[in-house]
Write a protein that binds this ligand. Structure first.
Ligand code: SAM
Length: 472
């Protein structure tokens, strides 16, 4: 029944295979010999299968667990250096016809304030985001074929890309909207989106159907097979994720990796990113009512095990998590974070009045983008506003080729420094600017290729002289 090459959800995420995997992992959680073998394989940096990774996830040997975290940290450094890509979500509309029991946008919620941004309002939001320094957005919307049809999403993307305010520009729009048709994915591709992101929420079919009792999202197969349709529609970069807390984390972990293996087997390229959201308090949602919540230790282990299992896949953490939790998991695997986020519709322009609430979940990290940038640099990271790959057509397997040829340090590294320099020149507070300038100068020598280093120095100077948008 289990077949990673099948296009049927229940065959590439076979329930029996997940259960067998969990049993195998449980049986071997103290099997030092096997665990050593798997860690040795992971050290080759070619990834692990869902079975191997599941053993590491439940491993109970303390010294081995330490080794796993250290290896994740090392693999992260080798593949992503100390760069962290920055983005912000932009909520377009919270009208939704689904019944997702964990989400306050569900249809039956009558007291949440329903809002949908007009193109004029989107313009204002985008200007506010540009004035913060953002270059990369993830647009978010509820599923409502009447209020938020694909035409509305496409028009919004066009509006976002068209706005050039001062030195600002949104250079990459990622899209997180409900599962749709191949035809609509093709339209999104033609609109120039970056990654298409869709969280599976849970891979457990029975739970999925209970958690999505009504609306089009109830259809497990349609939702689970969405990434195949997106790829058929020409979208190269897709982003997976599960909402941790809904189901047993071991189940989700194995199935998530099976999904990645499926994409690789069928389309020749795995997911571009994996997100790891956890359920948070929201309008009429109490996360304590869900029994499968995970603590920070398990969360860190999940991130580390994903990191070593799919080294080429970026990992995203949002402001659902606190600064201290984000700091912890950045180290073992995260490569992209949001900053200064608002999860309300229209929240960047002005805060919502007391008597209105359109937010999707409560934000835990409430710092401004500049505070997050400053904090990252103090931790030794380079905040990157880079969008070059997508704009140079390095998507899907072409991006993977860049990683596999180890050219990241000659490409992503200078791009990160240049986009950080733009941020420092245009938006940073005085202290952030001072830290950042020093950081850039200390990081330039880490560009291995001499010629690239010279050009990068030249571009960095040009940015100080007012020029923008250089990239390798
Ligand atoms: N409506 C689209 C869909 O169905 O995929 C867009 C997704 S929604 C705007 C973004 C994500 O937020 C959801 O996929 C879900 O995983 C997450 N989410 C919903 N309720 C949440 C909550 N209470 N806490 C944390 N994340 C939540």
């Amino acid at each position: 029944m289990y077949n990673p090459k099948s296009l049927k959800a229940e065959e590439f995420i076979s329930h029996e295979e997940v259960l067998d995997t969990l049993e195998y992992a449980e049986k071997n959680k103290n099997n030092a010999e096997l665990i050593n073998k798997i860690i040795e394989k992971a050290k080759q940096r070619k990834g692990l299968s869902h079975r191997e990774a599941s053993v590491l996830l439940v491993c109970e040997l303390e010294d081995k667990n330490k080794e796993i975290l250290q290896l994740a940290e090392q693999i992260k450094k080798d593949f992503y250096g100390n760069r962290i890509v920055m983005f912000a979500p932009l909520y377009l509309s919270n009208y939704c016809v689904n019944g997702c029991v964990y989400c306050p946008y569900h249809l039956k919620n009558k007291h949440i304030t329903r809002k949908k941004l007009s193109q004029e309002e989107i313009k204002r939001e985008v200007i506010a985001l540009q004035d913060m320094g953002h270059k990369r957005l993830a647009i978010e919307a509820g599923e409502d074929p009447v209020m938020n049809p694909i035409e509305y999403i496409l028009e919004s993307i066009e509006t976002i890309y068209s706005i050039k305010h001062k030195n600002g520009a949104i250079r990459r729009v990622n899209v997180n909207i409900a599962a749709t048709t191949v035809e609509n994915y093709r339209k999104l591709r033609d609109a120039g989106i970056g990654t298409y992101i869709l969280f599976q929420e849970t891979y457990h079919k029975e739970s999925y159907e209970q958690l999505h009792p009504t609306g089009p999202k109830h259809d497990y197969a349609y939702h689970t097979e969405a990434m195949d349709r997106a790829m058929e529609g020409g979208i190269d970069d897709v982003g997976l994720g599960v909402l941790f807390g809904l189901e047993l984390y071991k189940y989700e972990f194995a199935a998530l990796l099976m999904h990645a293996e499926h994409l690789e087997a069928v389309h020749g390229v795995g997911p571009h990113t994996i997100s790891v959201p956890r359920i948070k308090k929201a309008d009429d949602i109490d996360p304590d009512l869900f029994d499968n919540g995970i603590n920070d230790d398990i969360f860190e282990k999940i991130v580390a095990c994903i990191r070593i299992s799919v080294p080429y896949t970026g990992m995203i953490i949002s402001t659902r998590e606190t600064a201290s939790c984000r700091e912890r998991i950045l180290r073992v695997g995260i490569s992209q974070i949001s900053g200064g986020s608002r999860t309300s519709v229209g929240g960047y322009c002005e805060p919502e009045p007391e008597d209105e609430n359109s937010t999707q979940f409560d934000v835990s990290d409430k710092r401004t983008l500049d505070e997050v940038v400053n904090w990252l640099m103090k931790l030794g990271y380079i905040p990157s506003f880079c969008t070059a790959c997508y704009r140079e057509g390095r998507t899907g397997d072409r991006f993977m080729a860049l990683c596999k040829n180890m050219q990241i340090q000659n490409c992503c590294h200078p791009n990160a420094l240049m986009t950080l320099n733009e941020y420092l020149e245009d938006y940073a507070a005085a202290e952030t600017k001072e830290i950042g300038k020093k950081l850039i100068m200390s990081e330039v020598p880490n560009i291995p290729n001499e010629k690239v280093r010279g050009i990068a120095l030249d571009y960095l100077k040009n940015i100080e002289n007012g020029k923008r948008d250089f990239r390798f």
